[in-house]
Every structure is written in structure tokens, then in C-alpha cells.
Design a protein around this ligand. Structure first.
Ligand code: BEZ
Ligand code: FE
Length: 289
């Protein structure tokens, strides 16, 4: 097409595909270009706004490092990560939720019943549950990769005062599919706001808070890996998670327990907890691969 116009530029673009283009690539770029053009037409996008958008992307690239991926964060706060996640989540098993940028590879493996709290302050929580298949049968030898922030709301990679693997751990379920460990009750925290994502949140009058949560990656042979989170039901941000990660089946009650009632065996802290404590039970259902 020689005489390209505002009206025909989209069709012209779609006509430029080479005949050997991979069909899925074609489908994705076709749809992307149609939506992008429609967005510019609908909003009557100006030169200045287009430049500002490009600058936002440039800055997103500049600030991104192997430790901090601002593109993923942008996808998270725009709801794209959660949308893609939900579209491919199984209806049978436990819901999946966002991975986030703070998972570390190869966390230390701990024996069942270990304590992640160490010397940190914060309410002691016993987390326990079972990993099950869709028929309710236990899955032994499933691995659980668990991580959370310290009580100051920071992940270890954000806080030089913490060890690299503080509040990061791996467990393997017992023969009855069960798992248990102690930690501190998670706290709400803000996603990083010192980059372009912070500017987007600011410009759109949004807060940067996530409800408190424990992250899980659960894997077992023959089952689809599950990336998920569990949220306490009393968190003030449950209905306004800035990355849209909350699902009903992931919200759990942290049950208060009286001082003196902590289990006397089976846990690293058995015999050591004199205060009151909390119990959260979270069973996880995996779907066959
Ligand atoms: C997180 O839960 O660790 C997280 C998820 C998305 C963006 C930022 C943090
Ligand atoms: Fe998190």
C-alpha cells in the first residue's frame, strides 16, 4: 500500500506479514497491532503522550537488573500477570497466584517442623497442611518452596541486614502428604515505588500495597507445578491488592492459640514457646500433569 492513511494503516500492517510467518506469532502480532492502533485512535494519542510512554519504557529498561525486573512489576500492577495466570489456572486444584520478583533459586532444604523465624520479632505462626491430589489422596515427597518478608516488610534481597536465605526454605512432604513449619505472621508491604511503576501508581492515584502473604511453589512428580500464596483473612489490603493476586481459596484464618498450648513435639520450637501463638492450616491440591 502506497497511500497509507489513518483509516487503512492497520489493514496495511496486517498485509505485510510474510507467508512463512509462524501462525501463532502471526496471531499475536496481528491482535497486538490491532489493539495498539485502536488504542491510539480511541484516545487520539498525542506526540507528547506517545513520547512520554516511550520514555517510561526506556526507564523501565534502564532500571531493570537481574535482581529487579521492572517489566514484570509493570505487568503485575497493570493486572496482566494475574490475568495470564488465571486464564491458565486449573479449575480443580488450588488457585495459582503471582510469583513476584523475590523468589530465590536453591533455597536451603529444612527438615519438617523447622523454624524460619529465628531471632526476629513477630507473632509465632505454625503453618501446616497437606499436599493432595484432586481425589483427596496425599502426595508424599512433594517439595514446597516457601518465602516471605521479614517483619519489617522486606525480602532478604531488599535488606542487607538479613541473610541471603532468611525466610526462604524448602520442605519435602511426609508419607501422608503433610508439612509443617513455624514462622512469623507475614505483614503487608509495598511493591517498589522508586521507578516507573511508582510513577504509574502515583499518576493513577493508586497505593502500592500488597496484603500480607506467604509464597509457595509446590512441585511433585506427575503433577503440574503450582505457584501460589496464602493470605491471612484479617489483612486490610485483601480487597485492594495492587498486583491482583488474591483468590478466595487462598485466604486463611490465622487461629489464635493460648500460651502453653504449643505442640510439645515434632517442631523445632517444641518446648520453647511459652507465649500465645497462631495456627494456620493450608491444604494444597495439585492437578495431574
Ligand atoms: C511479591 O509478592 O513478592 C510481589 C509480587 C508482585 C510484585 C511485587 C512483589
Ligand atoms: Fe510477596
Amino acid at each position: 500500500m502506497r497511500n497509507v492513511t489513518e483509516e487503512n494503516i492497520t489493514d496495511t500492517f496486517l498485509g505485510y506479514f510474510g507467508k512463512d510467518t509462524n501462525p501463532r506469532v502471526r496471531e499475536l502480532i496481528d491482535s497486538l497491532s490491532r489493539h495498539l492502533h485502536a488504542f491510539a485512535r480511541e484516545t487520539r494519542l498525542t506526540h507528547e503522550e506517545w513520547q512520554q510512554g516511550l520514555e517510561l519504557l526506556r526507564e523501565t529498561g534502564r532500571i531493570t537488573t537481574p535482581q529487579r525486573d521492572e517489566f514484570v512489576l509493570m505487568s503485575d500492577v497493570l493486572g496482566l500477570s494475574s490475568l495470564v495466570d488465571m486464564m491458565h489456572s486449573s479449575e480443580v486444584g488450588t488457585s495459582s497466584s503471582v510469583l513476584g520478583p523475590f523468589h530465590v533459586s536453591n533455597p536451603p532444604s529444612y527438615p519438617m517442623g523447622a523454624d524460619l523465624r529465628g531471632d526476629f520479632d513477630g507473632d509465632i505462626v505454625l503453618v501446616k497442611g497437606r499436599v493432595l491430589d484432586a481425589d483427596g489422596n496425599p502426595i508424599p515427597a512433594a517439595t514446597l518452596d516457601i518465602w516471605q518478608t521479614a517483619p519489617n516488610g522486606l525480602y532478604s534481597s531488599q535488606d542487607h541486614a538479613q541473610d541471603e536465605f532468611s525466610f526462604h526454605a524448602k520442605f519435602t512432604t511426609d508419607s501422608d502428604g503433610s508439612y509443617r513449619f513455624t514462622t512469623v505472621k507475614p505483614v503487608p508491604y509495598t511493591v517498589p515505588t522508586d521507578g516507573p511503576v511508582g510513577q504509574i501508581l502515583d499518576a493513577t492515584g493508586r497505593h502500592p500495597w500488597r496484603p500480607s502473604h506467604l509464597h509457595y511453589i509446590v512441585e511433585a512428580e506427575g503433577f503440574r507445578p503450582l505457584v501460589t500464596e496464602v493470605f491471612p483473612d484479617d489483612d486490610p489490603y485483601l480487597d485492594q491488592d495492587t498486583v491482583f493476586g488474591v483468590r478466595d481459596d487462598l485466604v486463611m484464618h490465622y487461629q489464635p492459640q493460648a500460651a502453653g498450648s504449643f505442640p510439645s513435639e515434632g517442631l523445632a520450637l517444641s518446648g520453647k514457646v511459652k507465649s500465645d501463638w497462631q495456627l494456620v492450616e493450608f491444604d494444597i491440591v495439585l492437578v495431574s500433569a
